[in-house]
Write a protein that binds this ligand. Structure first.
Ligand SMILES: Cc1ncc(COP(=O)(O)O)c(C=O)c1O
Length: 403
C-alpha cells in the first residue's frame, strides 16, 4: 500500500489532544503547587484557591453558582452520579432516556432496572431526533428523571434540549443532559437550557483525560457514590485532582471564547467533506441530521464495504477515524445508534465517523477526499455484499438517496 508520513487525526469525538495553554496552566500543580486543598498550610491554601478559582470560572460559563459544580473523574462518572445519585435517593421510580445514549447512560439505566427502577427508552427518528410528543406521553406519575443527551457522539445529532427542559419542568421531573460532546461547541448556560443536571467531559474539549464535572441545581439532593472525606460538598469524596480541575476550567474557558469563530470554520470544513464525499463516492449517505448536527461531526455510510476495513486502510494513509463509537469499536457488532436510526445491518456496517478538530485544515480534508474514493473502490471490488440504496432502512425514507 502507498503509505505516506502524513498524519491526519479525525477522531476528536473519541478524544482531543491537550492544548498547550491547558498544559501550561496545569504544570505548576504537579511539582511546585502540589498541596492538598484540604491542608491548612500555605501549599494547601494555594491549591484550594486554584480549585475555587476554577470552579468560579466554570460557574460563570454555565451561569450557575460555584457550589452547583461537582468535579469528577470524567463523563462516565458524572453520568453515574447523576442517574444513580437521583434514583438511589428516591428509592424507586421511573426514568426516561433514549435508545441512542452513550453506554454510560444505557448501562447505568440497565443496572438501575435490575435494582427495581423502570426505564423507558425513547426511539429516535431516522435522523436521530427524539420526539417531544413521545417524551411527554412517556411521563408517568412516578417518573423521577429524564436523561437525554445534548448531542450524539456517533452521528452528531443535536437534541431539542430547551423543549425537553420545558416538558420536564411542566411535569416537575428532573432533567439531566449528557453534554460530553456538546461542550465547547454549543450553549452551556444551564438556565437558558433549562437543565437540572448536566455532565461535561474535559477530554473532548482539549483538556486532560479522566476529568469531568456534574452540574447539579442547588436544591437537588444526590446519593453520593463515593464515600470518604467529604470533598465536593460530600457528593464526591477523595482528594481533588487539582491539576485536572485547573486544566478543565482553562480548556472550557478557551473553548467558550473561541466557539463562535471555530464553529463557523468547522461547519464549512464539515459540509465540504460531506458534500464532496457524497459526490465522489456512489452508494454513500450521511447519517444524522443535516443541520441540527455538531459542527465537527461527519458520519457517512458506504454500502458494500466494512467500516473496519475502511478504517484500517485510512490508518495506513495516516488518517485516523472511527467506525461506530470508539468505546465499542472492539466489538464486532453494529452500533446501537445506527440501529436506532433504522439502518439495516448491512447498511450500517460500512459507516465511518470523521470528527474534525482545531488543527484540521482544508488541506487535510482534500487529502481524505483524494485517498478515500480509491479505498472504497478497491474494497467494493472484493466485496460479496451488494446492498441497494433503496434497501438501507427497515422503512426507507427518500432523504438519504444519493445515487
Ligand atoms: C456522549 C458521551 N457521553 C459520555 C462519554 C463518556 O466519557 P468518559 O469515557 O470520558 O468517561 C462519552 C465519551 O466518549 C461521550 O461521547
Amino acid at each position: 500500500m502507498n503509505t505516506t508520513k502524513k498524519e491526519i487525526y479525525l477522531d476528536h469525538a473519541s478524544t482531543t489532544y491537550v492544548r498547550p495553554e491547558v498544559v501550561q496552566a496545569m504544570l505548576p500543580f504537579f511539582e511546585q503547587k502540589f498541596g492538598n486543598p484540604s491542608s491548612l498550610h500555605r501549599l494547601g491554601l494555594e491549591a484550594k484557591s486554584a480549585v475555587d478559582e476554577s470552579r468560579q470560572k466554570i460557574a460563570s460559563i454555565l451561569n450557575c453558582k460555584p457550589n452547583e459544580i461537582i468535579f469528577t473523574g470524567g463523563g462516565t462518572e458524572s453520568i453515574n452520579l447523576a442517574l444513580k445519585g437521583v434514583a438511589l435517593l428516591k428509592g424507586k421510580g421511573h426514568i426516561i432516556t433514549s435508545t441512542i445514549e452513550h453506554p454510560a447512560v444505557l448501562n447505568t439505566c440497565a443496572w438501575l432496572e435490575k435494582k427495581g427502577f423502570s426505564v423507558t427508552y425513547l426511539n429516535v427518528d431516522d435522523e436521530g431526533l427524539i420526539s417531544i410528543k413521545e417524551l411527554e406521553k412517556a411521563i408517568q406519575k412516578d417518573t423521577i428523571l429524564i436523561s437525554i443527551m445534548y448531542a450524539n457522539n456517533e452521528i452528531g445529532t443535536i437534541e431539542p434540549i430547551v423543549e425537553i427542559g420545558k416538558i420536564a419542568r411542566k411535569h416537575k421531573v428532573l432533567f439531566h443532559t449528557d453534554a460530553c460532546q456538546a461542550a465547547g461547541a454549543l450553549e452551556l448556560d444551564v438556565n437558558k437550557l433549562g437543565v437540572d443536571l448536566m455532565t461535561i467531559n474535559s477530554s473532548k474539549i482539549y483538556g486532560p483525560k479522566g476529568m469531568g464535572l456534574l452540574y447539579k441545581r442547588a436544591e437537588i439532593k444526590l446519593e453520593p457514590l463515593i464515600h470518604g472525606g467529604g470533598q465536593e460538598a460530600g457528593a464526591r469524596s477523595g482528594t481533588e485532582n487539582v491539576a485536572g480541575i485547573v486544566g478543565l476550567a482553562t480548556a472550557l474557558e478557551l473553548a467558550q471564547k473561541e466557539s463562535a469563530t471555530e464553529n463557523k470554520r468547522l461547519i464549512q470544513l464539515r459540509d465540504y467533506l460531506i458534500n464532496n464525499t457524497l459526490k465522489k463516492i456512489p452508494k454513500s449517505f450521511l447519517n444524522g441530521h443535516p443541520t441540527k448536527r455538531l459542527p465537527n461531526n461527519v458520519n457517512i455510510s458506504f454500502l458494500d464495504v466494512e467500516g473496519e476495513s475502511i478504517m484500517l486502510y485510512l490508518n495506513e494513509y495516516g488518517v485516523y477515524v472511527s467506525t461506530g463509537s470508539a468505546c465499542s469499536s472492539q466489538k464486532l457488532q453494529i452500533s446501537h445508534v445506527l440501529n436506532a436510526i433504522g439502518l439495516k445491518h448491512d447498511a450500517a456496517h460500512g459507516s465511518i465517523r470523521f470528527t474534525l478538530g482545531k488543527r484540521t485544515t482544508k488541506a487535510d480534508i482534500n487529502y481524505v477526499l483524494k485517498v478515500l474514493p480509491p479505498i472504497i473502490d478497491s474494497l467494493r471490488k472484493i466485496s460479496p455484499v451488494k446492498v441497494k440504496m433503496s434497501e438501507i432502512r427497515e422503512k426507507m425514507g427518500e432523504k438519504n438517496e444519493n445515487c
